[in-house]
Structure formats: C-alpha cells, structure tokens
Design a binder for this molecule. Structure first.
Ligand code: COA
Length: 415
C-alpha cells in the first residue's frame, strides 16, 4: 500500500529530540527522510544515556526510525556543495540548531530560496522573536517558560516539570503539522515558506487551560474546582492544583488496594455530574443522591476533598483494575495509574502498534513507541534507526555522485 507522504524528500538537519520527533513522524507517513550528521560524531544523542557500551542509545534509536543517515561536514567547502545539491533535490529542510547556526553555515533563508524556491524550511527554536530569541533551549526550559511548571505540582511544593516531553516531542508534533500544511499550500502557490515552532509557544498551546484559569482568577478571585477553595487563599497567578481536573468535571487521584507497597496503586477518579447517583450507589452512600449538601455539583464544590476522601475509603478496598472494571459498568470515568512496566507489557498496545518491538543489528530487539497517528490508507511500519552514515554512498549515488567523487569527498573529510 502506498504511503501518504510518498515522494516527499526531507533534508533532516535535526538533532536531540524536538526536531527528530518531527522528522520521524514524516518518515512514518512515508517521506524519504535523509538525516544529515557530522562525520565521526553524529547526533549527540547516539552517545547519550547509553545502556550498552559503544551502541547507539535508546534515546537515539527511538527518535530516528525509518530514516537514512548520511555524514556531511557542512562547514567544509566540498561539504557545502553536497549540501547545495541536497537542498536543490529535497522538498523540506528541517532543523533545530541553536539560533543563527544555519546562517553561520551560509544557508540562511535567502540562500536556500536561491537554490530551491520550492523548499520549505522548518525550524524548532526555544523562543519566538523577542528578548530570548537567541537562547539555547532544552525540554525543561520550555516547560518552565511555557507555563507548565508553574501550574504543575502541589500548592506547598516547588514548581514541577512533567515526564511528558511536551517541550521537545510536543514541539516536534506542532512542527510536523506546520510542514504538511506548508506542503499543501505549496501545491497552490508553487512556493516554499518558513515554518517556525517555538518551544515556549508549543508548551503554552498545550497549557491553554491555565491561561483560561488566569483570566477566571483575575475576574472572580477564586476558582471553585481548585483544592485551594474554599479554605485556602488565592494569589494573583494560577496556583498549582495538585491532581485537580483541568476541566469542568472534578477529579482526583485516589489510593487503591496495595498502595502501601506499590507506588502506582492509584486511580484517577472523576465525579462526572451525570453519573453522580451511580457513584453514590457504588461507594455505598445512596443518601448523597438527594442530600442537598451533595446532590448538585455546586453543593459539592466546597466539600470536594471530603467527597474524594470518602470515595477513597471504597477504592482502597479494591485493586486499581477492579475499580476500573466496576466503575466502567456505570460509565463512571476513571483511569488507573499505569506504570511504564505495565504499559510496556500491555498486549493491546502491542496489537495496535502503539508499542512496537524493533530489531537492531548492534543492540538486538528493543521496544519503542509506534506512530500514535493511525491513517487507514497509510499504515506505519516501524523500521530501525540508521547507523551513523549508513546511507552516505547510497544517497550521494542517487544524487549523481560517482564512487570516485565520493571517495574524494571522504579523503578531504567533507563527508
Ligand atoms: N557539519 C558542520 N557543522 C555542524 C553540522 C554538520 N553536519 N551539524 C551541526 N553543526 C554545527 C552547527 O553549525 C553549530 O555550529 P556554530 O555554533 O558554529 O554555529 C554547532 O554544530 C552546534 O550546533 P548547536 O545547535 O549550537 O548545538 P548545541 O549542542 O550547542 O546546542 C541545543 C543544542 C539543542 C541547545 C540547540 O541546538 C538549540 O537550542 N536548538 C533549538 C531548540 C531545540 O530544538 N531544543 C531542543 C533540543 S531537544
């Protein structure tokens, strides 16, 4: 079966996580992604957090599936010529270098336009134009500057960063959408364009409910679904809300049977208004269905923590999976806290290709996350990440370089 992005060629100048997430998605949709790396070194993540000495790390392999790798010294005159050929040949250049690095290489937007006016140049940067535009940025910097850290954690603790890589992988996702949108527009205009995703913007986009709450707070002085209500105090900025729900249906994380020994024996419990009578029956509090102190969402708001403490008396008697089974019989929304071990071993996630086992010539089999976006007419086959420079000869050969020319480039360390 053909792939959605078949025929699209990507010059992948990305490294670390944000850019590679984006180009891996494009590769999964069928684009030919040529990853350009420095000879001898490659993407720094090949050597970071290694679990097997001398073998590409899981950090690298899990972000670079379905790509081809070539080595190239973009600062060597002969390497620059190869890069020019690649720019003429490709549809999209994706990069996430530090600000200005591409210009310093001699490949600013104007030069790329001269070489290929149809080329789309897509970049991840830490910040958009403004006071911080020249800064280098990693994941947690973006989480802190995009509003995630100040709104995550508990009121009596410091700001907390999340395990979800919303700065890096979140930016990569945003950039991928920008690229396919620009490819779509190019069909009409015939022109390329620049696509920019600032990591701060991507994190803020994912934190928009907190900007919503900032304005609610400024208008009303309190937010009734926050744990600070009614006894605590609100300052002038959105506080950390612990495990409170970000939506209109109150929720909290509750202990389940075995919590004393298992750090993940918990469940997220949502007291959705529509199923309140069912909740009361399940936990043995049928009187709450009609009690004016509990019968309506508004009446429950000032005593939410007490409501959750009572529900927890019931959840503590059951495992998180028993709770899930029982609550789902009544359409009560809930979610067991799954550990990474449980996720890795979950057969249904393997069946859907959400978790995939991949074989690698140097490390052997390993698990990775498959394509989370499933297209019915463009199924994803996850192929292992390339070794450093594995496809240099193949790609240069396709670009018209003879084996003598490739040998000459190698002898001067241009590739
Ligand atoms: N040939 C020659 N030079 C190359 C090259 C190649 N194939 N590939 C990279 N380089 C050079 C760059 O041109 C740059 O040189 P310069 O400093 O002389 O301009 C140099 O390598 C280092 O690149 P840089 O991007 O500055 O890497 P870094 O390791 O110092 O910084 C980041 C890493 C991630 C902090 C930085 O790239 C960044 O802020 N990127 C944007 C935001 C981002 O994506 N962050 C998330 C990463 S997950």
């Amino acid at each position: 079966m053909s792939k959605a992005l078949e025929g699209v060629r990507i010059l992948d100048f990305t490294h670390v996580q944000s850019g590679p997430t984006c180009t891996q998605l494009l590769a999964w949709f069928g684009a030919d992604v040529i990853k350009v790396e420095r000879a001898g070194e490659g993407d720094a993540t090949r050597a970071q957090l290694r679990d097997i000495p001398g073998v590409d790390s899981l950090y690298f392999t899990m972000l670079n599936h379905n790509k081809r790798s070539i080595t190239l010294n973009a600062k060597h005159p002969a390497g620059k010529e190869v890069l020019e050929t690649l720019i003429r040949d490709c549809d999209v250049l994706v990069e996430n270098f530090a600000p200005g690095a591409l210009d310093r290489m001699g490949f600013g937007w104007e030069r790329i336009q001269e070489l290929n006016p149809r080329m789309i140049v897509a970049s991840v940067k830490g910040f958009g134009p403004g006071p911080y535009e020249h800064c280098k940025v990693y994941e947690n910097v973006a989480q802190c500057t995009g509003g995630a850290a100040s709104t995550t954690g508990f009121e009596d603790g410091p700001p907390v960063v999340t395990g979800a890589q919303i700065g890096d992988s979140g930016s990569g996702l945003h950039l991928a959408l920008g690229i396919v949108t620009a490819l779509y527009q190019r069909q009409v205009t015939g022109r390329g364009q620049r696509v920019l995703t600032a990591m701060q913007d991507a994190v803020l986009n994912l934190c928009r409910v907190k900007l919503r709450d900032q304005q609610r707070l400024e208008r009303n002085g309190v937010m009734e679904e926050y744990p600070q209500y009614p006894e605590g105090t609100f300052g002038d900025a959105v506080p950390r809300a612990g495990n409170a729900s970000g939506g209109g249906q109150p929720g909290w994380i509750l202990k389940c049977k075995g919590w004393e020994d298992d750090p993940n024996a918990y469940i997220y419990f949502i007291t959705q208004a529509a199923v309140w009578p069912a909740i009361c029956k399940v936990i043995g509090r049928e009187e709450w269905i009609t009690d004016p102190d509990y019968a309506t969402p508004r009446a429950r708001l000032p005593r939410l923590m007490q409501v959750f403490a009572t529900i927890e008396e019931w959840t503590r008697e059951h495992t998180k999976f028993e709770v899930m089974d029982i609550l789902n019989q009544y359409d009560i929304p809930c979610g067991p806290i799954l550990s990474m071990k449980e996720i890795a071993e979950e057969p249904s996630l393997r069946a859907t290709g959400t978790i995939v086992e991949v074989d690698h010539p140097e490390r052997g089999p390993y698990l990775t996350v498959g394509n989370p976006i499933k297209l019915s007419d463009s199924p994803t086959e996850v192929r292992r990440s390339p070794l450093l420079g594995e496809h240099t000869e193949e790609v240069l050969g396709q670009l018209g370089y003879s084996s003598e020319q490739i040998a000459a480039l190698r002898s001067v360390h241009a590739i």
